[in-house]
Write a protein that binds this ligand. Structure first.
Ligand SMILES: [Fe+2]
Length: 501
């Protein structure tokens, strides 16, 4: 979502988000040498025995198919653990995506590609073990508006010791240059609508050295949010889609998702859905949900039925049924749920694009947890360019039913990751917001303007979250910079209560 356009604070006046940054043309990586693998390497969706590996042949002869050799190794390519050859061509934008199987559980692999006489950079990824696992460390991130600044947060995430990165969407933004952020210009310069447009935008992102670094360092587990197609999308349209001038939404969505599948290291499903689960030993099951494009009904503020309509859905029937089967069946110590929009209530805000806009769907999710007594659920969220840690309970204002001091009446907890580069609310609003949010007993920590990412340290006893934030002054300058720890929170096994440390 785009906060400046869509959110408002009841009883307060938000000034429009004024873009005051100078427009600079070109990107820091414009001087990248013309090699075969200009767009780097990536990996994703690790299982105990399989890994998606990705690259793109960037200088293929026009019209010709190209053979690409891939290799995996556990000893810096002294020996080759797995290898093969695949062909790519213009039909898939010369991207290469291989689901390598038969690998060794728990191993850390290097991977690389060779084509047209050149060898790519080497990426690395760790596979989860098959059985017992005592510790897991995940990066969590979302919302990378390239136009708003530089991807220092990705560079810092690359330097973290992680088992994988969970990316909750808004990996790209669809706007034209200067429409939403003015630090870096977009390719193409116009809002992206066609397949060629979306491919060009992914290609620009993947020439960013910081984004290449984080992909090379860690396997990604990705899901789309709205801006992979258009702002505030739902299954049949988007606020930022005008059929009169941009054609049928179904065509745009199909083009956007084709480019997504070509460019992202995600395991493809037969029917194109992206909800799925991944296991990290017996410690964590990660459920990735699509609250955006598969089954979402239109938002109530742009023509949809009223909020209270019990039939309104965010996941759609098929995905809800899948979750209702899979979540109670989980035997892992922890259940992490990677999804897009804020699940916790914010009575002082109006955000019809989040779970607050689909209260019946949220109630069904709470029913599922309550009826099956599903313990130790942590919801992970992106979308809103700010950092939140909260308990999930049916009604945080009901003092009889929910006690924030003990977690009585809470069903799960939610952690919202800040944006990599997209803008939160202006810092000047922080005192007002803090004051209003103090009324919300389920909120344990909030920061509404800084960019950064979240790191989760998981063991048998707790999930520990560390929010890393970027100093705003560094966002618009290309020189590398470190991020600082802004807050640490924890949820302990058996008690769905977030603790601010
Ligand atoms: Fe976003």
């Amino acid at each position: 979502m785009t906060l400046s356009r869509r959110w408002f604070l009841k009883g307060a006046t938000l000034v429009p988000f004024v873009a005051s940054l100078p427009l600079t043309t070109g990107c820091a990586d414009d001087d990248a040498p013309a090699t075969v693998f200009v767009h780097g390497v990536a990996s994703g969706d690790p299982t105990p025995t399989a890994l998606i590996i990705w690259t793109r042949v960037s200088t293929a002869p026009a019209g010709a198919a190209v053979d690409v050799v891939w290799e995996l190794s556990t000893d810096d390519f002294a020996t080759i653990a797995a290898t093969g050859t695949v062909s790519t061509d213009a039909a898939r934008d010369y991207t290469v995506k291989v689901d390598v199987t038969g690998l060794t559980p728990g191993a850390r692999y290097g991977y690389r590609f060779t084509a047209l006489g050149e060898t790519s950079a080497t990426g690395a990824a760790r596979l989860p073990p098959d059985g017992a696992l005592e510790r897991l460390r995940l990066g969590v991130c979302s919302c990378a508006s390239l136009a708003h600044g530089y991807f220092h947060a990705y560079r810092a995430l690359a330097a973290q010791e992680l088992d994988a990165v969970v990316h909750l969407g808004d990996y790209i933004y669809e706007y034209g240059s200067g429409e939403y952020g003015e630090t870096r210009a977009y390719e193409p310069a116009h809002e992206i609508v066609t397949l060629a447009d979306y491919r060009t935008r992914y290609a620009q992102y993947r020439r960013d050295a910081d984004l290449q670094a984080v992909h090379a360092a860690h396997a990604f587990i990705v899901v789309w949010d709205d801006h992979e197609v258009a702002d505030n999308s739902w299954q049949g349209g988007a606020v930022n889609h005008q059929p009169e001038t941009e054609g049928a939404f179904a065509d745009r969505k199909a083009a956007a998702l084709q480019a997504y599948r070509e460019w992202m290291p995600i395991r493809d499903s037969a029917d194109g859905h992206v909800y799925r689960k991944l296991a990290f030993g017996d410690l964590v099951e990660l459920f990735m949900l699509d609250t955006r494009l598969l089954g979402r009904d239109v938002q109530s503020d742009v023509g949809g039925p009223p909020l209270e309509d019990p039939a309104r859905t965010l996941l759609g029937a098929a995905q809800e049924a899948w979750l209702a089967t899979e979540l109670p069946a989980s035997t892992a110590t922890w259940r992490l749920i990677g999804q897009q929009v804020m699940m916790g209530q914010l009575p002082q805000f109006v955000n019809p694009d989040a779970w607050d806009g689909y209260p019946a769907a949220r109630a069904r999710f709470f029913d599922l947890i309550e009826q099956h007594a599903i313990p130790d659920v942590v919801v992970l969220t992106g979308d809103i360019h700010s950092s939140w840690a909260m308990d999930l309970t049916r009604d945080p204002t009901d003092a009889a039913a929910y006690d924030p001091a003990t977690g009585r009446g809470a069903l799960a907890v939610e952690l919202v990751t800040p944006a990599i580069a997209s803008p939160g609310l202006p810092e000047s609003f922080a005192p007002t917001i803090a004051e209003r949010l103090a009324e919300n007993r389920h909120l344990k920590w909030v920061e509404v303007s800084r960019r950064g990412f979240l790191v989760l340290d998981v063991d048998r006893a707790r999930v520990h979250g560390t929010f890393h934030h970027l100093d705003d002054a560094h966002l618009i300058v290309p020189e590398p910079t470190d991020l600082a720890v802004a807050a640490e929170v924890e949820v302990r096994r058996g008690t769905p209560r977030l603790i601010k440390l």
